[in-house]
Design a protein around this ligand. Structure first.
Ligand code: FO1
Length: 307
């Protein structure tokens, strides 16, 4: 069974680990958000590609949900001594990824190609596909002007009013090689429990992707990142509100209309099933939290049953 996952930040890594443990990993392709990408110290950092890659390689730092396990930050402290900005915490092992990626991009390699090389080197079997090889950057509109996503999320800790979210560059971006074909040829498309606005939204903003999701014969199933009226983690609640969407599985389904078919929701949100059914989405109430590996695999199995 060919499975394609749409994935963003830290919420996706757990389900992807569960899926990779429940499938032939070579049957899993993952379209990853690159709207969070940023240049740090002159290096191209792709946080969501790295979180997904590290999770599937078994080297993701469990506590932080980003960066590598067994990490040190000696370069960071040396950079601080030079007065360089250090609000974005690059670890020493993590730096190797950004150095190799930046060097390859400067040599003219595509983000897709260098992502495949990095994943292969770390022994990651599923196929990692950036949503696009062209730059798309999520920007947050605030009363004091526009912020890059990492300035909003990390430097300002989301403590600003969000007036809107834009995906700079999306109109001129093309899906990376293999993205549309993977969606077209899939038996199942899984929208991971990522932020619908800043992790899945950029992927949908790449021309052609939403049409491919509408046209595919695959069952398209999502896992709600909103439980009991709040995001499981991160700023999804504030960002859904900024989009005028309810902070509930209904808001998630509206963000993914008209192509979403099934939405896994927490048992406490089962009452939303009739409203979801009204616009063609079947609600499946289950335990959507993944505090450990066993729950990651259990939820992945419920997802795969929807095919
Ligand atoms: N998130 C933080 O909250 N603080 C950090 O210092 C930080 C550093 C960092 C470095 C590399 C990387 O790949 C991710 C990093 N993140 C950090 C997380 C990052 O902001 C998020 O993973 C995504 O952009 C949101 O999904």
């Amino acid at each position: 069974m060919r499975v394609v996952a749409l994935a963003g930040g830290t919420g996706a890594a757990k389900l992807l680990r569960g899926l990779a443990a429940s499938l032939d990993p070579s049957a899993l392709s993952i379209v990853v958000n690159t709207g969070d990408d940023a240049e740090v110290w002159g290096l191209h950092v792709s946080p969501d590609l790295d979180s997904v890659m590290y999770a599937l390689a078994g080297v993701l730092d469990a506590g932080r949900g980003w960066g590598r396990a067994d990490e040190t930050f000696r370069c960071l402290s040396a950079m601080a001594a030079y007065g360089a900005p250090t609000w974005f915490g690059l670890g020493d092992r993590d730096l190797a990824t950004h150095l190799v990626r930046t060097h390859a991009l400067r040599a003219g390699q595509s983000l897709s190609a260098v992502t495949a090389d990095l994943a292969r080197a770390l022994g990651v079997a599923p196929r990692l596909l950036p949503m696009s090889d062209e730059a798309v950057r999520t920007t947050i509109r605030t009363p004091d002007g526009r912020l890059g996503f990492q300035e909003y999320f990390v430097r300002d800790k989301c403590q600003v009013d969000v007036l809107g979210v834009d995906y700079d560059g999306a109109a001129g971006a093309r899906p990376a090689p293999g993205v549309l074909e993977a969606i077209r040829d899939a038996h199942l498309v899984v929208v991971c429990p990522s932020n619908p606005v800043t992790s899945v939204g950029p992927i949908l903003a790449v021309p052609g992707v939403a049409d491919a999701l509408t046209a595919t014969r695959a069952t398209v199933v999502g896992v709600s990142p909103i439980v009991g009226g709040a995001a499981v983690s991160g700023p999804a609640g504030a960002l859904l509100r900024a989009r005028g969407l309810p902070v509930s599985p209904i808001g998630v389904a509206r963000a993914y209309a008209p192509w979403l078919r099934v939405l896994l929701v927490a048992r406490e949100d089962a009452a939303c099933a009739p409203e979801l059914a009204a616009f063609g989405v079947t609600a499946v109430a289950t335990d959507v939290m993944m505090p450990d590996r066993e729950r990651e695999t259990a939820l992945a199995r419920v997802v795969l049953e929807q095919a």
